[in-house]
Design a protein around this ligand. Structure first.
Ligand code: ADP
Ligand code: MG
Length: 298
């Protein structure tokens, strides 16, 4: 028997490395007319590297001490930035002390108790408290310098006091700009970028791939609001993301696609389709496959 077009399209999508979870999803993919992209782990490779380790002079920590305590707090986290911090500590052969009471907050950062100290690691603009002391002012200056250079700055606090800043850099996925161009051609609209990262790192990367609509500093619920806003304007939004922080937006979108290799379990479960092989270019290909299966010319 010949396979129904949507089932053949699912098989074809599989050959392109995309797991489409149902025939309904395969059909819906061809209807999307707007795209929202996450940054870290989606447009970028998601294997960022720590480029700067900057303890504050008054913290009493040296670079290794700062990195080791940050790595201890980040150790249980699956976030790409957390893995970068742990990797950097290992590369320097640092002993990563045990941590207790780990907690993470999507789009913000992590907290844990390390050697009797409460350590917090995360977005400088989001870690609250103590923002008027001298250490906080010093940390903000370092974070501003690193962000100005296009890095993601991560603040480290100990017992409520800023002790240092880490600079982290990620690379664009090869072909990211071409994928953005294909998605623009297919939907007739340029994708928008939704990220929890700082506006400067986001704007720099967006310019490199040809995205003009950039929303930065977003919490998970802000990503949902951006997707809903488009939906309310009558658009069928395709959301592409990888993180726990993307899961609500993946669910709120007309169709959600998760990046599979380094994607969080929650994102993979929530999404309608998963890019199993790590190629972003497969996304416009499956949209085109869906349109062909529905008998629309691409
Ligand atoms: P994106 O939306 O680009 O994928 P996230 O929402 O996951 O980024 O993270 C947004 C910001 O929150 C990061 O740029 C970082 O400053 C901070 N952050 C989140 N999780 C962590 C973590 N585990 N360690 C350090 N910083 C974190
Ligand atoms: Mg992400």
């Amino acid at each position: 028997a010949t396979m129904p077009p949507l089932l053949s399209a699912i098989a074809n999508a599989g050959r392109h490395g995309v797991l489409v979870k149902s025939a309904v999803v395969m059909e819906r993919l061809g209807r999307v007319d707007a795209v929202a992209l996450d940054k870290t782990g989606t447009l970028t490779e998601g294997t960022p590297r720590v480029t700067d380790v900057r303890p504050l002079a008054e913290s009493g920590l040296d670079a290794d001490g700062l990195l080791a305590s940050a790595a201890a707090a980040e150790h249980p986290s699956e976030h790409p930035l957390a893995r970068a911090v742990v990797r950097a500590a290992r590369e320097r052969d640092l002993r990563i002390p045990p941590a207790e009471g780990f907690a993470s907050s999507p789009g913000v950062g992590v907290t844990a108790t390390v050697g009797g100290h409460a350590v917090a690691v995360g977005a400088p603009a989001r870690l609250s408290g103590g923002s008027d002391d001298g250490a906080a002012v010093g940390a903000a200056a370092v974070a501003g310098e690193l962000e100005g250079a296009g890095r993601t700055a991560v603040l480290v606090r100990r017992d409520g006091v800023a002790v240092g800043v880490l600079g982290i850099a990620d690379r664009l996925r090869p072909g990211a700009a071409a994928t953005v161009a294909s998605l623009t051609a297919l939907t007739g609209t340029a994708p928008m970028l939704l990220t929890g990262d700082n506006p400067r790192a986001a704007a720099r990367l967006a310019a490199e791939v040809g995205i003009g609509d950039v929303r930065a500093g977003l919490l998970p619920e802000d990503k949902v609001a951006a997707v809903r806003e488009q939906g309310a304007a009558g658009r069928k939004v395709l959301m592409i993301g990888d993180g726990v922080n993307d899961a609500p937006a993946l669910a709120a979108a007309h169709t959600g696609i998760a990046m599979g290799r380094a994607g969080s379990d929650l994102a993979l479960q929530t999404a309608d389709a998963v890019v199993v092989r790590d190629e972003l270019a497969a996304v416009p290909q499956v949209v085109a496959l869906s349109r062909r299966a529905r008998g629309l010319v691409v």
